[in-house]
Each structure stands twice: as C-alpha cells, then as structure tokens.
Design a protein around this ligand. Structure first.
Ligand SMILES: [Zn+2]
Length: 314
C-alpha cells in the first residue's frame, strides 16, 4: 500500500515537471498576406507591419474624447495601426497599390517585400504600381538603399500629387524643418522618374487590371482611391480616406492632422462612406486593421465596419 502510493506520487511529480517544461513560445504570426477573389480577379492584402500612432494628439477632436472613444473598443492611444498595401492580379497585369514605408518610418514597418514573397510573388513580377498619395508610409517601399525595388514596374500617381510633392519650388515654400515629406517623396520617386518608369494620370483614368482612379483630393492635393471592378462586384481601395476605425466610423466628420485640406478630406470621407454603405461593395483601407478589407453598414449618422469573412479557399 505504501509502495503503491509512493509510486503514484512519484509519477504525479514527474508529470507535473513535464508540464512546467512546456514548449517555448514562438511569438511570430502567420505571414502577412490575405487572399480573396473578387469575381475572377485575385486580390492579395499585404501587411507592411504596424506602427504606434498617438491618435489622441493627431485626431482633430478633444484628446480625452478620443481616449474615451478608444476605451469603448478596449483600445488606447498610442494605437497600434496597420499599414497595408494590395496586389491585384487579373491574369494579365500584376498591380501593386501602395508600397508601405520601406525604411522611412521605423523598424516596425518595411515588411512588404517579405510578404509579397510569402504570397508567392517577387518584386520583379510587378508590372504597375498605383500610389494613393505620396506620404512616406505609402511610397517608402519603392526604394531600398536609393535604388528601385521594382525594376520592371511603371509607377503611376495622380498629377496633382506629383506636381506638389516632387516640386522643388513647392518644397522651398515651406520652412526647412517641414520639408521631410517632400524629400522622402523625391527620394522614393525620382529613381523611377529618371528610369522613365513614372507616369502621372488625370483622375478618372482607367488603368490596368480593370482599375479606375477616383479622385479623393483632401488628405493630400492628389489623394486618389482606386476602384477595381470584377463583373457585378467592386472593391474600392481607399488609401488614407480615414485612419482610426474606432473613432471615424462613428464620427465621420473627425479629421486628422495629416489631412492637408481638412474640409475636403472630411467631405471625401463622408461621401465615400455613404456610397460604400449604399452600394455594399468592398472597401480596403491602408490603415484599417490588417487585412483592412470589409464592407460598411450605415447606422443613423454613423457606420458599422464589417470585416471581410475568412475563407481558406477562394
Ligand atoms: Zn498613410
């Protein structure tokens, strides 16, 4: 009897030691891409990473109100914010929409190429790159060490953004300490300009892969959305139409410090939300939680965000 109990105890001790020596935590996530089909067109969301944004200081509303609103969603400021880009493959052209931050925005971003590769493509496969606007977190990925990353691609952007951000004259009109945005844009785009791989467009122009540019000037002088049509389905890539889901879906009129024309940025957002909710198409936001694709439902003067449903096979 004594022996048996001793054995049982010894066994229990061994088992509990084994349980305490568990497998080490891996602390990595799945590769940062998400795939869906829109009709017969393949869409791949790509994560460039996340960055901590002090949104209580950036959103143009009382800081305490921002904190209260975030708390309703179990969030706080600084808010971990996604930076997303998108690949569209219609079987004829491979189009990249925005390029992430590259090295221009800190170490938590700049994962675009890694995730393009994880998604089964390489930088050399990309035929066209459509830029929503020339802020560093959308164009930084165009270059590495001053060289073009996408050697076979033509980069396209709205003429208004190019005329502003790539102009020495415009840059010289702002104080020295506010020229970083211009310098970043020139550093990222000029290698493509010099190689004859940069072309502007005027708003409304139909581009490759059944993508149409849609003007949404306000966040920057040439901020552009891109509409992808596939049969009776559509997906509108919003760029930086909005930044903070927890605040700006409930209160579409709230702007952010990055908006160069606050009134226009507000108007564009209000109109785009209403159109998306009325028509039910998919939208994709560069700073919505990855993959940033979903639909909008109107709820009085506010909107509910319906993230895309997960499917492992499309
Ligand atoms: Zn942005």
């Amino acid at each position: 009897m004594f022996k048996r109990s001793f054995l049982t105890l010894a066994l229990a001790a061994t088992l509990s030691t084994a349980a305490f020596a568990g497998a080490p935590q891996q602390k990595t996530s799945a590769p940062g891409y998400y795939r869906m089909m829109l009709g017969d067109i393949e869409v791949t969301a790509l994560s460039d990473g996340t960055t901590q944004l002090p949104v209580h200081q950036l959103l143009q509303m009382d800081a305490d109100k921002v904190r209260d609103k975030l708390a309703e969603f179990y969030r706080q400021s600084p808010l971990e914010t996604s930076v997303n880009a998108y690949l569209v493959n219609d079987g004829e052209s491979l189009v990249l929409i925005d390029t992430g931050a590259g090295t221009l925005f800190g170490a938590s971003l700049g994962n675009l190429i890694k995730n393009i590769q994880a998604a089964g493509y390489s930088a050399d496969d990309i035929d066209e790159i459509y830029i929503t606007h020339m802020h560093s977190d959308h164009i930084g990925g165009l270059i590495a060490g001053g060289e073009r990353v996408f050697t076979n691609a033509t980069v396209r952007a709205d003429k208004h953004d190019a005329d502003y951000w790539l102009s020495q004259q415009q840059m010289e009109q702002v104080p020295e300490d506010k020229r970083g945005g211009f310098k970043g844009a020139m550093a990222a785009l000029n290698p493509y300009v010099e190689a004859g791989q940069f072309k502007t467009f005027v708003a409304g122009e139909t581009l490759a892969a059944q993508i149409t540019s849609v003007e949404a000037y306000g966040h920057t002088p040439g901020h552009t959305m891109y509409r992808l049509d596939a049969g009776d389905q559509s997906l509108v890539f919003w760029g930086d139409l909005m930044h903070v889901a927890e605040v700006q879906f409930d209160q579409p009129s709230v702007t952010i410090a990055f908006d160069s024309d606050q009134d226009e940025a507000r108007k564009q957002r209000v109109d785009a939300y209403a159109d998306a909710a009325e028509n039910g198409y998919y939208v994709a936001g560069a700073h919505l939680p990855f993959p940033g694709i979903g639909q909008l439902k109107s709820d009085d003067d506010a909107y509910d965000w319906v993230p895309v449903n997960y499917s492992p096979m499309w």
